[in-house]
Write a protein of this length. Structure first.
Length: 100
């Protein structure tokens, strides 16, 4: 997680509720490329949706609650980092916990 989101990340459970926060955590940790079982998501089109990483997905706009949205992309076999081993990674691009 990029440090600029660390405070917002900590606020998610208190802002949207622990249940909604856990549903998001479970979704991105297990099935980030599939539609969520709870809540909703949409794959962004156009320039906003373009992958930012080699092998990355388009941007996914996840509605965590009526007052929160999180945009993310995922890479199934990310090879960055110290060890360069292939592993799945979810990149949080934006967190917006305000109402529309």
């Amino acid at each position: 997680m990029h440090h600029k989101f660390s405070e917002l990340w900590k606020e998610i459970p208190s802002r949207v509720g622990l249940e909604s926060a856990q549903q998001f955590y479970d979704h991105v940790s297990a099935t980030p490329g599939e539609p969520p079982q709870v809540n909703s998501s949409v794959v962004l089109k156009g320039k906003a949706g373009r992958p930012k990483f080699d092998g990355g997905s388009r941007t996914i706009h996840y509605e965590i609650s009526g007052a929160g949205r999180i945009d993310y992309q995922y890479v199934n076999e990310f090879t960055g980092g110290k060890l360069s081993d292939a592993h799945p990674v979810v990149f949080i691009l934006t967190i917006d916990l305000s109402s529309h």
